[in-house]
Design a protein. Structure first.
Length: 623
């Protein structure tokens, strides 16, 4: 294994470390099962030492590595700075757990709990360009609350603006050298323990630059393959080398790898760890948030990834002839996401509808046959939402609060939004919103096509988004053309996104495809009625309005339209607008049914736990 990765400690840690490398097979003993009992509340803050022996299998051997750091801290001749470093890592854990309540206060727990390692390019509030950030900022907390030990590994993006997001993360004092891209890259780790989760940030200068996690105003960064390769290698090492709260996670963990950026993890487990007896009992689950992004690069880049040549097939990708650029182009490429589809032990998508769509030619982005071949391990789980961040009764970004029992604050939010945007303050005028990345996926071209006709009606429309420069330009020009009725807010702004969600009457989502979609869930929670293309997670979560169902009291929380065409979208919008204008009690029913839906992460987390149990039933992928 040492040949695969050379791990070294930081100067501080190294001085105090007469210990073998955590990758030394002598101390990386596999435990009997990939499961552990983490009854965090019941077991107390230094949870690893207080594992619930009663619930552990007798065969479950001790985890020797865990004792190493503890020894480090207590040995009289130990290095003082190492102690400081370790202590810094556990610093707020005891306080936080004390504040949460006494050890007697049991929270709902699952019987089996796991050491879970999320790997992701985004995790809110540290980094976010869209829904991936939301999910990887919330689901880990929901799982930790249910008793799992959870680490999230993502890059430490610094660019001036974002630096404050990482202000509470401290240097763990561990350095590793990663053999890839023709050299050795040194990365370090930062850590913050918050909301029961170990947030781990991989630090390397390639994450320190202007722009968002993937690119800047000139487009996607040219070295994204390098940046996310580093992330994957670092994430594979993190459970082995980081003494978080004094104790490493160890090698019997469960990796949840999100989208293409994290997709080398299961490949590395198979190609670079298991052959050396490490991670033999670990498992990996690929979570697909968006099949459109696959991390495809020229085949020649394979040699940069530091993988054995015989693993090329896992990533091999051949573009169909129509997608090749010239007659001699053989279309040979590597596809990082494909690597995970082949090697992950299970696959989850973020709604059931999408899990089926990606097995079809229409929704499979070229991977449908491969995904179909993995149907037996493919599931869909609809995302939850952070119901604390997104709560109209307490939202810090909106000027007035409201609830299902008293909707008056919503009307005030609408008036405030109209005022903020310089639109006429008119309670009776339907206010329609759109929030999202300006991307082909989101169907903004349809809005562009339909806007002149839509604005013939007496309505107001606000669009918030950033991304495709042409669409941004169009939003600016539409705002000047339709000054009385249309606002195009170009940029990424969380605060205004909450005010639009609260202040609008209708949220429009004409997505071409939508793996789950979060904005329609936020909208419903805020009594804003969604009008959506009938696809993926939108189809699964928005129930069509039926005014006469339920003995006349009505049914449904919005409108879905199909096909994806201007006329069909305008038809659905017209029905929504008419209902808003002419049928006030029906409208209130729509709002209240949406507001009463349960979108908490807890129910999604319970479904993930079922997958966790299944993934440990089958043997892991070994190649
Ligand atoms: N300009 C802006 N300013 C402020 N906030 C903005 C914004 N543009 C977008 N957002 C925010 O970004 C998030 C977007 O989430 P979505 O799930 O709707 O789409 P996204 O395609 O990014 O996510 C992908 O991953 C998620 C998570 O799995 C899936 O739900 C989804 O279908 C899939 O495409 C929301 O929180 C939204 O408010
Ligand atoms: O949370 C929002 C989405 O974030 C991710 O999508 C990003 C994607 O993974 C990146 O690769 C990049 O996509 C660029 C693409 O690689 C490039 O070929 C070109 O088409 O431009 C794209 C945009 O720059 O940025 C995406 C975000 O915009 C995540 O994978 C998705 O699930 C999330 O929806």
């Amino acid at each position: 294994m040492a040949a695969a990765l050379r791990v070294s400690c930081s100067p501080v840690a190294a001085r105090g470390s007469a210990k073998p490398s955590p990758l030394d097979p002598a101390i990386c003993q596999p435990t009997a099962v990939g499961l552990s009992c983490w009854k965090r509340r019941a077991c107390g803050p230094l949870f690893a030492r207080r594992r619930c022996v009663a619930e552990r299998s007798k065969e479950d051997p001790p985890v020797p590595v865990l004792a190493e750091t503890e020894d480090e801290k207590t040995q009289p001749d130990g290095d003082a700075e190492v102690s400081v470093s370790s202590a810094a890592v556990i610093d707020n854990r005891e306080e936080e757990e004390e504040a949460e309540g006494t050890e007697e206060e049991e929270q709902p727990q699952t019987r089996l709990t796991y050491n879970i390692v999320f790997v992701t390019a985004e995790a809110a509030p540290y980094s976010k360009t869209g829904g991936l950030g939301d999910v990887c900022g919330s689901l880990p907390i929901a799982l930790a609350t249910r008793g799992h030990r959870v680490m999230v590994v993502s890059p430490r993006y610094l660019n001036g603006d974002s630096d404050k997001n990482f202000a509470n993360a401290v240097d763990v004092g561990r350095r590793i050298k990663i053999p890839c891209f023709g050299g050795e890259q040194e990365v370090t780790f930062f850590h913050e323990y918050r909301a029961g989760v170990d947030w781990v940030f991989v630090d390397h200068f390639c994450y320190h630059r202007d722009g968002n996690p993937y690119g800047d105003r000139y487009g996607a960064f040219g070295d994204n393959q390098f940046r996310f390769t580093l992330l994957c290698y670092a994430a594979c090492e993190a459970p082995l080398v980081l003494p978080l709260g004094g104790y490493i996670y160890g090698q019997n963990c469960l990796f949840l790898v999100n989208d293409w950026h994290a997709s080398l993890v299961p490949v590395l487990l198979g190609a670079k760890y298991r052959p050396y007896g490490v991670y033999k009992d670990a498992r990996s689950i690929l979570v697909i948030h968006n099949l459109a992004h696959q991390g495809v690069e020229a085949a020649t880049t394979y040699q940069n990834l530091g993988l054995p040549s015989e693993w090329y097939g896992a990533l091999e990708w051949v573009f169909p002839p129509w997608a090749r650029t010239h007659a001699l182009d053989k279309g040979e490429a590597v596809n990082i996401l494909k690597g995970a589809i082949v090697t992950a032990d299970r696959i989850v998508t973020v709604s059931q509808g999408y899990s089926w769509e990606i097995t079809t030619v229409e929704g499979g982005h070229g991977l449908n046959e491969l995904l179909s071949s993995r149907k037996s391990v493919l599931n869909g789980i609809t995302n939850g939402i952070d119901v604390d961040d997104w709560d109209p009764a307490s939202d810090k970004f909106i000027p007035f609060h409201y609830s299902i029992d008293d909707l008056s604050g919503k009307a005030q939010c609408k008036a405030a939004l109209q005022k903020e945007l310089g639109l006429a303050i008119r309670p009776d005028c339907p206010l329609i919103g759109f929030i999202g990345r300006l991307d082909y996926q989101k169907g903004t071209d349809l809005i562009k096509l339909a806007l002149p006709e839509l604005l013939q009606d007496d309505i107001q429309f606000i669009m918030l988004g950033s991304g495709d420069p042409d669409t941004e330009d169009w939003m600016r020009s539409a705002e000047s053309t339709y000054r009385e009725k249309f606002r195009g807010w170009v940029g990424f702004n969380v605060s205004i996104s909450h005010r639009i969600t609260a202040g609008c009457d209708i949220l429009l989502m004409p997505s071409r495809f939508e793996p789950c979609g979060l904005n329609q869930l936020y909208a419903m929670r805020y009594g804003t009625v969604p009008v959506v293309h009938c696809t993926g997670g939108l189809r699964d979560t928005v129930e069509d309005f039926h005014p006469f169902a339920e003995e006349g009291s009505g049914q449904g929380s919005g409108w879905t339209f199909s096909p994806l065409s201007k006329d069909s979208m305008l038809g659905a919008l017209t029905m929504a607008i008419e209902t808003f204008r002419e049928h006030k009690s029906s409208w209130e029913g729509l709002m209240k049914r949406g507001m009463s839906r349960d979108f908490t992460w807890d129910s999604a987390a319970a479904q993930y736990e079922q997958i966790f149990e299944w993934v440990f039933v089958d043997p892991p992928y070994v190649g």
